[in-house]
Ligand binder design. Structure first.
Ligand code: HEC
Ligand code: HEC
Length: 233
């Protein structure tokens, strides 16, 4: 469009086009607080090459599918008062202290997340909600009517080993994955079920294993996770 304009138009039209261009660019840069403040640590677009190197050197979790992942209300609250989600930071083994009977996390060494005020949090949350997974997360994947949360709890804590990496209550569970005790507030059900089914579709190298869970297991574990953190409302 720009090129054809320049070739086809008279000298006057070209001058007009050039005069307008800088304004458009400035507006775009000023409009994206997210890009300005957050892109240094978070991928805001799907990485062209999702290498192991990228995963191991990234400073924060990916946000390119944030709009399919988070509840907006949670984002607005959390951005003002960030709490720890990954007990060991984005790469837990960097903060692990070898010990008996098991390794512990040097929590003091885990960086604090920058906080913003209420107005900025709302704007950032609005922008984050625009970032979509490109069809990975399908609406209606979770079917609440068929999910038995009590059976889901059993699968999570005993049968399927999720508890080895995830906490289902503060202090209960593993430290290498994100806590899930406020999953019901933080995450969207359709994302949770899609992620569990095949984490590698979000990042081919992420170390959550694909556990080949049956559809009923996926539904009931999601039902259980969605019940966590709800009592705080
Ligand atoms: C210095 C690096 C850094 C900057 C800058 C930064 N973040 Fe983060 N962010 C992190 C880390 C590390 C985590 C993981 C925290 C945790 O799991 O406890 C995180 C987590 C998050 C999460 C939760 C993601 C998830 O998957 O659980 C959101 C949302 C978020 N950041 C938004 C933002 C926004 C919006 C900005 C810009 C205002 C921002 N961050 C700037 C490092 C950063
Ligand atoms: C070997 C450790 C490990 C096991 C076992 C494991 N996970 Fe994960 N899980 C992870 C890691 C690592 C991530 C993603 C980390 C990140 O985004 O920084 C993750 C992410 C997730 C997420 C997305 C959460 C978020 O904040 O994005 C859900 C939901 C989840 N796991 C559920 C489960 C369930 C349910 C099970 C059992 C069926 C399970 N996991 C087993 C390590 C594990």
């Amino acid at each position: 469009m720009k090129a054809s304009l320049i070739f086809a138009a008279s000298a006057g039209a070209v001058l007009v086009a050039l005069a307008f261009r800088p304004t458009a660019v400035d507006a775009q840069a000023a409009g994206s607080e997210l890009t300005r403040q957050c892109a240094s640590c978070h991928a805001l677009t799907k990485p062209a090459e999702a290498t192991v190197d990228r995963l191991w050197t990234r400073k924060g979790p990916d946000l390119w599918y944030a709009g399919d992942k988070f509840n907006k209300e949670w984002l607005v609250t959390w951005l003002q008062k960030p709490t720890v989600i990954r007990p060991g930071g984005v790469l837990w083994f960097k903060h692990a202290k070898p010990g008996e009977p098991r390794d512990t996390i040097d929590t003091a060494a885990v960086e604090k997340h920058p906080a913003v005020d209420a107005e900025a949090a709302t704007k950032l949350a609005d922008e984050l909600m625009q970032l979509k997974s490109g069809g990975l997360v399908k609406e209606g994947a979770f079917k609440p009517e068929s999910a038995n949360a009590a059976m889901g709890k059993l699968a999570f804590s005993k049968l399927r080993g999720c508890i080895a990496c995830h906490q289902s209550a503060a202090g209960t569970g593993g430290l290498s994955g994100p806590e899930l005790y406020d999953a019901g507030q933080r995450l969207r059900a359709d994302y949770v079920i899609t992620y569990m089914k095949d984490p590698q579709q979000f990042d081919p190298h992420v170390w959550m294993p694909t556990l080949t869970l049956s559809e009923p297991d996926l539904q009931r574990i999601t039902g259980y996770l969605m019940s966590l953190g709800k009592e705080k409302e």
